[in-house]
Design a protein. Structure first.
Length: 308
């Protein structure tokens, strides 16, 4: 599903003046570059859908970051451990330009392209210091729950990117794009809470999404573009304020979460993905071990969701 191609593409796209830093590509650029590797008769709409799904999944896994204007960059190089007592099986995430360095400094004696890392270096401080010396972060997954951002509506401090034109007026000229408004409703999946809206229906402090994927916030007669995480946190905030929290299917005895059709803030998704693995049906059905159930429950409590 394009995962490896996208991570390598973004990892190889370096800053010309500082090659240690990867730079951004827009979704359009990513699609154009990947299209050049395909047969000419490959369906274009199918390609765009597949790449959009892959970008969303890679963001959930913590491999890439998403910004405004549908821009993406590879995440900083990071090595992850589930907890401080289990340092024998680590996982690499992010900028692949640093992957071979991780193997070298941890003396793994593995192939340098393996993402699962088995260090011959022992001890938390020793591993962390060696990785930090080459610019790689070392994170303990269980510690991450303390730093999860809470749902909130956009503050004036983050409303820095006014949308230059009224998107509804542009639509009137083009006559094709659909603009959706996020509307919390009882017992409704998240994907079904997006409803088509027209300009006359808009109220102050409204969250919108364009057909091209960008999120907009309408406040004081002005449209502002939001970064995806800011918009998603606003979605969960509106759920809580209206009293219609999302219900997440949670088969606790089997440790199975059904997250199909649900978009989470990247910090939450990354933590959940690190604590779970996909089942055979879909990577959006996540399987968790019983030892991690309290963390899973805390994650969804922070978002105001109900596990059912």
């Amino acid at each position: 599903m394009w995962f490896e191609q996208i991570t390598l593409l973004l990892s190889n796209h370096r800053n010309s003046s500082n090659p240690a830093v990867a730079t951004t590509l827009t979704k359009h650029q990513i699609i154009s570059l990947l299209r050049s590797t395909l047969e000419p008769n490959q369906p274009q709409e199918q390609l765009q859908t597949e790449i959009q799904e892959a970008l969303r999944e890679l963001q959930a896994e913590g491999e890439i970051y998403a910004g405004v204007r549908n821009s993406y960059c590879i995440a900083p190089p990071t090595v992850l451990a589930l907890n401080r007592d289990n340092l024998t099986g680590l996982r690499f995430r992010g900028d692949r330009a640093y992957l071979s360095l991780a193997h070298q400094v941890l003396k793994t004696e593995q192939n340098n392209d393996e993402l699962s890392i088995r260090p011959k270096v022992h001890g938390f401080n020793q591993i962390r210091n060696r990785l930090n010396q080459v610019g790689i972060r070392f994170l303990i997954v269980a510690d991450s729950v303390e730093y999860l951002p809470r749902p909130c509506q956009p503050s004036k401090g983050v409303l820095r990117s006014p949308w230059q034109e009224n998107p509804f007026l542009i639509n009137d000229k083009k006559g094709k794009d659909i603009i959706s408004q996020y509307v919390p409703r009882r017992d409704t999946p998240q994907k079904n809470r997006w409803l088509t809206v027209n300009y006359q229906q808009l109220q102050d402090k409204t969250l919108l999404q364009l057909s091209t994927g960008e999120y907009l916030w309408f406040q004081e007669r002005t449209f502002y573009e939001l970064e995806p995480d800011t918009a998603i946190l606003a979605m969960f905030y509106q759920d809580s304020q209206t009293g219609f929290p999302l219900k997440i299917q949670w088969d606790k005895p089997q440790g199975k979460l059904n997250l199909q059709g649900t978009v989470l803030p990247s910090a939450y998704a990354q933590l959940l993905w690190r604590l779970s693995k996909p089942d055979n049906e879909s990577y959006r059905n996540r399987l968790t071990q019983s030892i991690n159930h309290p963390i899973v429950e805390t994650i969804f409590q922070n978002l105001g969701c109900l596990l059912v």
